[in-house]
Design a protein around this ligand. Structure first.
Ligand SMILES: [Zn+2]
Length: 232
């Protein structure tokens, strides 16, 4: 390989070492953010199941109270009738009928409500324990980041210095091309197999490939712009 190609290859190697550190930190940070999002979702679900449960409990209380009041009125009125103390017998009978109807109505409503309550209680308990699980995962992700971040920061200093030093002695033109490729998030080298750039699968110019092979010049793929790399 040409001396400039070798320097570019060395720069690329240093760059990838530095990128690996950045990627490690970014990965740990992304892990924390992912758990934070999941925790927000888990908490929203827990709040929603809790409020559904509370609404059902309120309804149960309301219906039970209405049923108890009606049952009491039914019994009291019935006793007045039985003891012959009802001032208006017809009205008292009507009162008993109405009260019985309310008791029946509430009993009918309460039976399915108990099933709903049980399901809502299960959902609320599940959602609450889901929150705990995600809280635990978030703590783990935060601990991993806290544990590794200083080491990464420390390693980045020499890695950055080595990367910057590796730029020395590379021609401006090649550095510009290198930086453009980096900006496009592309690999900097296209390896060569059977005269074809492995970066973009396009056939290379034979004369340039021959020069690259002999190491007398640095060339790049005219299709994708990557520097010609290893001959596979
Ligand atoms: Zn190419």
């Amino acid at each position: 390989m040409h001396e400039q190609t070798l320097k570019l290859a060395a720069l690329w190697a240093r760059e990838q070492e530095r990128d690996a550190l950045l990627a490690e930190r970014a990965g740990l940070e992304a892990g924390v953010r992912r758990q934070q999002r999941q925790l927000a979702d888990a908490r929203a679900l827990a709040a929603s199941t809790e409020s559904q449960l509370k609404a059902l409990q309120d309804e149960e209380r309301r219906r039970t109270e209405r049923m108890n009041v009606a049952a009491k009125r039914r019994d009291t009125t019935q006793r007045l009738i039985d003891e012959g103390r009802a001032s208006d017998y017809a009205a008292a009978m009507k009162q008993v009928e109405l009260s019985k109807a309310v008791v029946d109505e509430e009993e009918d409503a309460l039976l399915p409500l108990y099933d709903q309550l049980e399901a809502a209680q299960t959902a609320a308990t599940g959602a609450a324990s889901g929150v705990k699980v995600v809280e635990g995962r978030l703590r783990e992700a935060e601990a991993k980041l806290a544990e590794r971040a200083p080491g990464v920061a420390e390693a980045l200093v020499p890695a950055t210095a080595a990367r910057d030093a590796a730029r020395d002695g590379i021609h401006r033109e090649w550095l510009n091309r290198y930086d453009d490729l980096r900006k496009k998030n592309m690999g900097v080298f296209g390896d060569v197999r059977d005269g074809v750039c492995q970066g973009c699968s396009v056939k290379l110019v034979p004369t340039e490939l021959a020069e690259h092979r002999r190491g007398v010049a640095t060339h790049y793929c005219k299709s994708c712009g990557r520097f010609l790399g290893e001959l596979l």
